[in-house]
Design a binder for this molecule. Sequence first.
Ligand code: IPE
Ligand code: IPE
Ligand code: MG
Length: 241
Amino acid sequence: MVGPAPLDACDLATVPSHIAAIMDGNGRWATARGLARTQGHEAGEHSLFEAVEGCLAAGVSWLTVYAFSTENWRRPQDEVKFLLNFNRSLLRRRRDELNERGVRIVFVGRRNWRVPRGVLNEMNQAEELTKDNRELTLTIAFNYGGRAELVDAVQSLVDDGVPASKITEAAIGKRLYAPDMPDPELMIRTSGEARTSNFLMWQMAYTEMLFLDVLWPDLTREHIWGSIAEFQSRTRRFGGV
Ligand code: IPE
Ligand code: IPE
Ligand code: MG
């Protein structure tokens, strides 16, 4: 069981450079308290900043969080609307703070499909404001699906007339939403669900995965450090011996 741990449980010389996180369990957190599911999403904002601070303190350079999937449009219309507005307002309220912390904000996901103009504007402004920051790249997967990303990559190869013989892993990698992003070494998912739900399927071919029993709104920076320590106890083989 992966639990919280102090920062000094991690070997700071070998922290993963990229952690991916599936922020799951907001609805269950709220329901357990007799609250509306949307209040669980609101409570999850604090945990996002805990994760950011946990990564900054440990020296993790990339943090990618799953905020809204291409499948989340299947939720009730009210919840979808709430999530769109909430993500826009979060960016507006907190982009300056992230900027001051040296965080570069980047988005991955389908931008030209279903995302309202107002949300796109906020995403573009957050990226522009923070583009020179180097402490941590916070990639927000929004309207993101791993399959959609591969479809978009293949479409762009075909559109450019790339011949079949030139379609290599590197060529596909260059057409992903964030081609400069290294593969995550560690993926954590909260809420106890043990699946990837269409997150970073290309990039996570060899990622170490941890499924935490904590619900996202209860996640603290110490859970990030506990996860790093657990990651450091694993042996990665990449198909070798
Ligand atoms: C994760 O929490 C947030 C999003 C998917 C946007 P959920 O809303 O999935 O919460 P549960 O899994 O229903 O508890
Ligand atoms: C994954 O969580 C998507 C995000 C956290 C944004 P879901 O709650 O949507 O995933 P499933 O439906 O349980 O697989
Ligand atoms: Mg969920």
